[in-house]
Design a protein around this ligand. Structure first.
Ligand code: HPA
Length: 288
């Protein structure tokens, strides 16, 4: 039987054959942020349905394709759409794309999501850099026999691996500085993940606030765990789409969550576009 590593290798080989580019930077586009893929030049598009073993997304607003091209001349690979555990996917499926990105050669990934704002200061449209996370989904993506072949560098691919700097301090500093250069101040926050698909109750949100969470969502943490297992550096960005349950007393609805302001999408796009060459440059320096 073909195992997870072999499946991810086959998918990575398919992506390699589909493009001459060898991006070191990946970006996972969350709900409402998919249009960033339109900013990618000379794009090669690979629908998930054509990539061997790739899970197909079922949720509205996640179109399900890889877009490989350049941003400001720097090769990137973007995932437009992701699958979530609440759709019924196993952890290996939810994190399969991150495994594939790593085996394809990606070493830094910008992970983005839509999130509810637990901190009342984070209203709809606020872009927050993720400083840390709390995984309350009740499961872990690295569960099962350890597959050390997923390690991309010495001291990675370990059974027990460090999460103290899961959200790269280097990339966070670059992001905060770039936001400032573009004239705004980006807050940092702790992202708490739930399984979903129900939104939270007001009592849960009050509890999460006590636990130290600023944002709540249904994605990201499993991808980040797998990325850290492999040794991929992560920049996490949340776009707040709504106040979390009970913060304003209004009921939550998914359509509202999808409708982030055009302005927020534009700000997000300018930020990420400017960051990509910096992430790349910093990488070159670090390797020099
Ligand atoms: N809760 C969970 N996930 C979310 C939310 C929320 O309020 N908004 C966007 N994704």
């Amino acid at each position: 039987m073909i195992d997870l590593y072999e499946k991810a290798s086959a998918a990575a080989a398919y992506v390699s054959n589909g493009t001459k580019l060898r991006p070191r930077i990946g970006i996972i586009l969350g709900s409402g942020l998919g249009e960033f893929a339109d900013a990618i030049d000379d794009a090669t598009v690979l629908p998930y349905s054509e990539i061997p073993h790739f899970p197909q997304s079922t949720v509205e607003g996640h179109s399900g394709r890889m877009v490989i091209g350049t941003v400001a001349g720097v090769p990137v690979i973007a995932m437009q759409g992701r699958v979530h555990a609440y759709e019924g996917y196993a952890m290996d499926e939810v994190t399969f794309p991150m495994r594939v990105l790593g085996l394809f050669g990606v070493r830094e990934v910008v992970v983005t999501n839509a999130a509810g704002g637990i901190d009342p200061a984070y209203g709809p449209g606020t872009i927050v850099v993720i400083r840390d996370h709390i995984n309350l989904t009740g499961t872990n993506a690295a569960l099962g026999a350890n597959e050390s072949r997923f390690g991309l560098a010495p001291h990675t691919g370990l059974r027990f691996f460090d999460m103290t700097t899961a959200y790269s301090p280097r990339l966070r500093a670059l992001a905060v500085a770039e936001a400032a250069a573009q004239g705004w101040s980006m807050p940092s926050g702790v992202y708490l993940a739930v399984l979903g698909p129900s939104y939270e109750t007001p009592a849960e949100i009050r509890a999460f606030r006590v636990l130290g969470a600023d944002l709540v969502g249904m994605s990201t943490v499993h991808e980040v765990i797998v990325a850290r297992h492999m040794g991929i550096e992560i920049l996490g960005l949340s776009l707040v789409t709504n106040p979390a349950a009970g913060v304003t007393g209004e009921p939550l609805n998914h359509l509202e969550v999808m409708e982030i302001g055009a302005q927020a999408a534009k700000t997000f796009g300018s930020l990420v576009k400017a960051l990509i060459p910096q992430i790349d440059d910093a990488t070159c320096e670090a390797r020099a």
